[in-house]
Design a protein around this ligand. Structure first.
Ligand code: HMG
Ligand code: MG
Length: 295
């Protein structure tokens, strides 16, 4: 049974741009965000408060938040540690995402900590943010496969998801970081997570490295998931996950869902206009099927 309605969480301004070598001017990022909102996006990762030494593209996080927060959308920012969270406390932003991979091999490369060390830092921060009434999302990387350790045990993913649920998160965004999962794995993991964690918003985050993201989204919907992260133009990838190309393209997801009669509230024409806004600043070609047909 498929849903009638699906929520897209746009991650283009964050995941989409973090891997881009050329610095995208702050005003271009802000215009991109504004056009995405005008296209109907209601939940979006705007930027991340990470170390500018690690991800120089995100060094304008504060300015992005100052320029782009609006009342009518859930504007989320990422923070990897206490320093990041405290930087967010200085802004008007009310929704914060923490991120931890299931595998230590990935966490060491991405945040310079083991999984255990990352949980020790992050779980108390989640409790603190909930006490301060923030919307808290936890992004769970390498939920299926790790570029350094191979296949990940679904019960390890479940255990980490449960730890964040117990700490009080509102949402889990469970990620196939390097786009290696197949639809059977997607159906099986999301069936398990939906059964064990029925009270938390459950979002799937698929990278499209092997062009499996759309079939994985269909399989996840069959497992009961109705929330999907996607990136306009299919931009994205984690700089510390070799082989991770872009996220699934928002326009391809919206096109598929529209044609299946599943509503997202997103206007495809306005969405392609938003992609055009950044495309000339991106060093790689935009590969999404829908965008290229619309040119
Ligand atoms: P570290 O080098 O171990 O930490 O990095 P440190 O505490 O020694 O700090 C190094 C420097 O950064 C210091 O500056 C700190 O002050 C500063 P210095 O004293 O040398 O001048 N610093 C910060 N500055 C601003 N904001 C901060 C911050 N923290 C420290 N929050 C650290 C550890 C976690 C900071 C680093 O590894 C980091 O920033 N990593 C982030 C990597 C990243 O952004 N990855 C991509 C996002 S995750 C993702 O894409 C996956 C996802 O899409 C889901 C999926 O697909 O799997 C979500
Ligand atoms: Mg990602």
């Amino acid at each position: 049974k498929l849903p009638k309605q699906v929520t897209i969480i746009e991650v283009g301004p964050r995941d989409g741009l973090q891997n881009e070598q050329n610095f995208v001017p702050t005003e271009v990022k802000a215009a991109f965000i504004r056009k995405l909102k005008a296209a109907g996006i209601k939940e979006m990762e705007l930027t991340s408060f990470v170390s500018p030494k690690w991800v120089p593209q995100m060094r304008d996080a504060y300015d992005i938040v100052e320029n782009c927060l609006t009342e009518d959308s859930r504007d989320i920012v990422l923070a990897p540690n206490r320093k990041g969270v405290e930087r967010v406390y200085e802004t008007g932003c009310r929704a914060i995402a923490v991120f931890v991979g299931v595998s230590s091999g990935f966490n060491r490369k991405n945040i310079n900590k083991s999984t255990e060390e990352a949980l020790e830092e992050t779980l108390p921060l989640v409790k603190e943010m909930k006490e301060r009434n923030y919307f808290v999302r936890a992004c769970i990387s390498t939920a299926f496969h790790c570029p350094y350790e191979g296949k990940v045990d679904p019960y390890e993913t479940l255990a980490i998801c449960k730890a964040f649920r117990d700490a009080g998160v509102d949402e889990l965004s469970v990620a196939d970081t390097i786009g290696q999962a197949n639809p059977l794995e997607a159906f099986s993991l999301f069936s398990l997570l939906k059964r064990e964690l029925p009270d938390v918003l459950m979002t799937a985050h698929f990278h499209d490295t092997r062009k499996m993201a759309l079939p994985n989204i269909l399989a996840s919907m069959q497992a009961g998931v109705t929330r999907f992260d996607a990136s306009a133009g299919g931009l994205g990838g984690c700089p510390f996950a070799p082989g991770a190309t872009g996220n699934v393209a928002t326009e391809d997801v919206v096109y598929m869902l529209d044609s299946m009669g599943i509503s997202t509230g997103i206007d495809l024409e306005k969405l392609t206009g938003a992609i055009r806004e950044v495309s000339s600043h991106i060093s790689r070609k935009i590969e999404s099927g829908y965008y290229n047909l619309s040119l």
